[in-house]
Design a protein around this ligand. Sequence first.
Ligand SMILES: Cc1cc2nc3c(=O)[nH]c(=O)nc-3n(C[C@H](O)[C@H](O)[C@H](O)COP(=O)(O)O)c2cc1C
Length: 209
Amino acid sequence: MRAPVELPKSYRLLNHGPTVLVSAAHGGRRNVMAAAWNMALDFNPPKVAVVIDKATYTRELVEASASFAINVPCRALAAATLAVGQHSARELISLREGAGTDKFAHYGLATFAPSTIEAPLLEGCVAWLECRLIPEPHNQRRYDLFIGEVVAAQADTRVFSNGHWQYGPGTDPSLHTLHYVAGGHFFAIGEAFETSALEPVDRPRPENT
Ligand SMILES: Cc1cc2nc3c(=O)[nH]c(=O)nc-3n(C[C@H](O)[C@H](O)[C@H](O)COP(=O)(O)O)c2cc1C
């Protein structure tokens, strides 16, 4: 059985790719936000795309530093993902909570140093991609779409090794990646499995051939 889906909700059919946390820093300011609208764009050099709304504080830092990091959170960070996705750093700034307060400090999120760019990387995530912005002003202005070249990447070896995600039956469920729908509703990734490609169906050959 099939049922139509309202077009404004059609994005939800694709939205359970991994939700990420975009971090950025510039001139002593740093920030992080959630982004469900992200995708890989190219193999070599590797590129990614992510939608970063005009209203976000993160976008200011991405544009100023021409770089950003994609942190891939896991189930253990679901509440943190929702918090940094529901609350803008602008709220903290307007609260004038004192110099040095930012979203990381506000929510007690630990970071570690990146290897190539300014953006801090979030402890507890399972993968991290450091990206240099490939400026595409039209796409950024018109579609809020930011493209980055991945210049460094690392992953938690408990769940990613030999170039593959390793979500076997014994994997700690708190390490499963997050997949967002809306309104605080997430999926966690399921078990990995392998398959071979479907064989074509044998069709009778047309006569006289
Ligand atoms: C799970 C989740 C996914 C989100 N995905 C996106 C996204 O793909 N692009 C975007 O611009 N905002 C997205 N948002 C909203 C931003 O994370 C939100 O506006 C955030 O408060 C911006 O923070 P900032 O102003 O401190 O940068 C998402 C929010 C949540 C909760």
